[in-house]
Design a protein around this ligand. Structure first.
Ligand code: NCD
Length: 304
């Protein structure tokens, strides 16, 4: 199996055949993980560059590389890297291409991932470019949805919270256009609606979507995808304070709902901890799926 792209910047590069290949190889990687890993990426090095906070994405990328026998070079924080001295992303990535066989990077600026991919001479993966995209999160969300629901086609998926700055919901919405019969409901405060760069593409692809300001509309869906209000992207503290607790999923609302509840994490107040014990609370299973999905992606990108 081969992917159609050498670098992963946006889910728009992902074809249905790519998505199917990643899902299939992820299932194989779940079995590899049960055995404690293997050594198919022995001798390969991942450069893991995180210029913005991360826990799950970074640890699961690094764990994925190590579970396949590879090794990891890490640079974290703009302050300890040459970006702090004013080095361009392009120069940083050119250097990293000489030190590693594959690169993943998270950076606070939308568009930084494309610049990096253009400069990379080894496979490059976007691990989040500011309020832009987060394609590997969308792939693990897709895998989680299929595992929890048995299928993706024909599902009603509701996304709730900060749809303006939340890169995970941008990528997931666009990735779901590959599947027929998908219906999307976007629930957000008026200030944080899904941006045009996403909705224009949904419209062009004929994927049906509606907007709402009511959490009840999301409780009726097959998948309820909650998100954190992205405090770090607001221009002022007052603007954030106005919307920070706009939607809170309570156990009494989640219990009767048949929706699988997802969240890319970290969560703040938007899901009460009482929801965690419900069978349909899938967010911790979702986070664990990050490892096999990234194992699949790394092995497919390096097998060219
Ligand atoms: C998300 C991110 O960084 O975009 N987290 C993640 O990667 N799992 C969501 C968030 O920070 O709210």
């Amino acid at each position: 199996m081969r992917l159609s792209f050498p670098h992963l910047v946006s889910v728009e590069q992902v074809t249905r055949a790519d998505a199917d290949a990643i899902l299939t190889v992820t299932e194989e990687m779940e079995k590899v993980l049960e055995k404690g890993g293997d050594d198919r990426l022995k001798g390969k090095i991942l450069a893991s560059l995180f210029y913005e906070p991360s826990t799950r994405t970074r640890l699961s990328f690094e764990s994925a590389m190590m579970r396949l026998g590879g090794q990891v070079l890490t640079a974290d924080g703009v302050q300890t890297s040459s970006l702090y001295k004013g080095e361009s992303i392009e120069d940083t990535i050119r250097m990293a291409s000489g030190y590693a066989d594959v690169i993943c990077m998270r950076h606070p600026t939308k568009g930084s991932a494309q610049k990096a991919a253009d400069a990379a001479t080894v496979p490059f993966v976007n691990a989040g470019d500011g309020p832009g995209e987060h394609p590997t999160q969308a792939l693990l969300d897709l895998y989680t949805i299929r595992k929890e629901r048995g299928t993706v086609e024909g599902l009603h998926v509701a996304m709730v919270g900060d749809l303006k700055f939340g890169r995970t919901v941008h990528s997931l919405s666009l990735l779901l256009t590959l599947f027929p019969g998908i219906r999307l409901t976007f629930v957000s405060p008026a200030e944080l609606t899904m941006p045009d760069f996403v909705t224009d593409k949904l419209a062009a692809k004929g994927t049906s979507f509606e907007r709402s300001e009511h959490l009840e509309d999301a409780l009726k869906a097959d998948v309820l995808y909650m998100t954190r209000i992205q405090k770090e992207r607001f221009e002022s503290a007052e603007e954030y304070e106005k919307v920070k607790d706009a939607f809170v999923l309570r156990a009494e609302d989640a219990r009767p709902s048949k929706a699988s509840i997802l969240h890319p994490l970290p969560r703040l107040n938007e899901i009460e901890t009482g929801v965690d014990e419900l069978l349909n609370a899938a967010y911790f299973r979702q986070a664990r799926n990050g490892v096999p999905v990234r194992m699949a992606l790394l092995s497919l990108l390096l097998d060219r």
